[in-house]
Design a protein around this ligand. Sequence first.
Ligand code: CTP
Length: 400
Amino acid sequence: MLHQKKILLGITGSIAAYKSALLARELQRRGAEVRVIMTPSATEFITPLTLATLTGHPVHSDFTENKDSGEWTNHVELGLWGDAFLIAPATAQTLSAMVSGTCDNFLMAVHLSSRCPVIAAPAMDLDMFQHEATQSNLKILKSRGVPIIEPESGALASGLEGKGRMAEPESIANWLENWFRSKAPLAEKKVVITAGPTHEPIDAVRFISNRSSGKMGYALATELNALGADVHLISGPVQLSAPAGVQVTRVETAIEMHTIALKSFETADIGIATAAVADYRAKSSSSVKLHRDEIPTAIQLQENPDILADWGKRKRGTQVLIGFALETDEGVESAKSKLARKNLDFIVLNSTQNEGAGFGTDTNQISIFEQNGKSHIFDLKSKKEVARDIVTILLTHLPQ
Ligand code: CTP
């Protein structure tokens, strides 16, 4: 959730400022871009050089960059840059200044001019934290919508024990991740995706399958997870590693995929069928390897269940269903017929007639046909970009 998020990290004058270096590092490790602002007193606890070196950007603590030339730091620009302004540690003095709108240092000027949400992680001695004035300031800030990352209890710099220690960098990073997730467009949406081929056994080593690589389903799972969805990917055998943050269930056969997919769809908001499920399986298979002279020259086939069609029969309320159609001809009529027959909200068509589209490739060229009659034709793009296009249309199908 922190990938490419712009975090403005404000450091104020507390001994906990030393933890801010680790915090900056942790946020960057999770993919965030970090810029640091310090109050003059914070620079007595940790040097701007440390933070500038860690983040790769100059640290701002004064209105003027260069007193001789009159070059100044644009606090308005910095305030507009961030997706979130995290003040960690936030001293009792800073919390009070935030309440009163005091603007006596560069950090407080950014605080007043920032349009992004401001979040504070207090750090102070236990008596300062418990003081009525501090508690009242925290209450006012919360009522204004400023989230407070609660301090932890433990040994304090004063030698006392109690609540007041700034939360650990890892806990703050986790808190931020959850916070971004709760604000994401697909927060609290559960998505189930089928992906890859299935293997239908003939014997212990041979199977019937197809050329599906699973890349489209995995790209969709990654994209949906980045938008805050809780993604369950049911994957046939593929050479891809599980996307971070996605729950993956690996299966072999259509029957296994069908059982798990039906169960998962019961509680899902969105179902996406990208899998190239084998339409048929061998009527009987051997649990041991068959020798050449034991292999039948004709294999009797039995139809596999249609997972997407069964989702379509069970679809209720606001559940959204998306299917895929891979065709070797133009395929529009066939895709539209599947859209209606399988009770879908929209279908994604890719035709192998178009170079760079279909199985195995890193690119795809899709058209989308919606149940409401709208259609969209896209250019050849990477599967990651295609996933974005599909999700953009998906968002228009969700209840507002
Ligand atoms: N699908 C599925 N289970 C199956 C077969 C297909 O869930 N047993 C899903 C695919 O994941 C895809 C869509 O159905 O989203 C279209 O698959 P396709 O096999 O092309 O559909 P069919 O109805 O089998 O049509 P065709 O006659 O072209 O084979």
